[in-house]
Design a protein around this ligand. Structure first.
Ligand SMILES: Nc1ncnc2c1ncn2[C@@H]1O[C@H](COP(=O)(O)OP(=O)(O)OP(=O)(O)O)[C@@H](O)[C@H]1O
Length: 257
């Protein structure tokens, strides 16, 4: 099977020698269609830089990023806008909803930007809002929603255009453990039932245990990979393996969390 996303020898250094930071120091990996891939690593290890390079917010110094075989750094104009807006869906820690728009309007923002008719996406909105259990907050403003509801509205907005891949940056970071678990269960369901591909950066080992595979980054390099044996390993067992690896990494979980 061909990969959906292929990252090859990605490098991004900040500053000049001798005070240079090697935020990404030769990262290579692939994301297969339908994967749920986690990225973990201590603070400053390069996770956000990596996501920002994929999102085309940061330009890497060298290396390539291909989505479905197309080098994204070569994209310009309408093709770049299409990539940023339609091929990738973003889910951030702090929801990033617009305060003066209702839940429904927030979810519809990408549709109006990309000129998709409301009719065309009405079915998808209905399906997503029922699946994400946000029907009853569609007409509320973000300030009138709970944190969990805001994040599920943000998830609907990320998914409304049916992007090829969801980039999630600490999606559970601002949620309590109950809401975090509820969100992860929804993301897992979308991955399992709709084959939605998810690339998620997280500090949270509970959230990471929902992934099928986790890459561990340190000093801008991948230094370990954990793959869940979906046939034989329960999520709890995978979670315990994640904790064990973090403890072995030295400094225990404090180093990663
Ligand atoms: N604009 C910048 N200028 C200089 N150094 C930077 C810049 N952005 C990031 N860095 C450095 O690059 C390294 C990687 O940063 P990055 O934000 O990717 O880490 P991270 O793993 O996402 O961290 P965290 O988990 O704390 O968000 C860090 O050492 C950081 O200080």
């Amino acid at each position: 099977m061909d990969s959906l996303l292929k990252i090859e020898s990605l490098k991004k250094y900040y500053g000049k020698k001798p005070n240079q930071t090697k935020a990404l120091d030769g990262i290579s990996f692939q994301v297969m269609p339908g994967e749920f891939l986690g990225i973990m690593g201590s603070s400053g290890s390069g996770k956000s830089t990596l996501l920002n390079c994929i999102a085309t917010v940061i330009k890497p110094d060298s290396g390539t990023i291909e989505l479905q075989g197309k080098e994204i750094q070569a994209l310009k104009g309408a093709k770049l806008a299409q990539y940023r807006g339609r091929e990738i869906g973003y889910l951030f820690q702090n929801f990033e909803l617009l305060d003066n728009l209702t839940g429904r309007e927030n979810i519809m923002v990408p549709l109006s930007i990309h000129g998709v008719s409301e009719d065309e996406s009405r079915n998808r909105l209905e399906k997503l809002s029922s699946y994400l259990e946000i029907d009853n907050v569609l007409d509320k403003f973000p300030s009138q929603m709970s944190g969990g509801q805001r994040q599920r509205v943000a998830a609907a907005r990320a998914l409304i255009l049916n992007p090829g891949i969801i980039l999630a940056d600490e999606p559970t970071g601002a949620l309590d453990s109950r809401n975090a678990k509820a969100l992860m269960e929804k993301l897992l369901g979308l991955n399992r039932d709709d084959n939605t591909t998810i690339l998620m950066v997280t500090h949270d080992s509970n959230a990471a245990s929902f992934c099928k595979r986790i890459l561990f980054i340190q000093d801008g390099r991948i230094f370990h990979e954990l793959r869940r044996d979906m046939e034989r390993e329960s999520q709890q067992e995978f979670y315990e393996r994640i904790l064990k690896l973090m403890a072995q990494m030295g400094g225990g979980s404090a180093n990663v969390l």
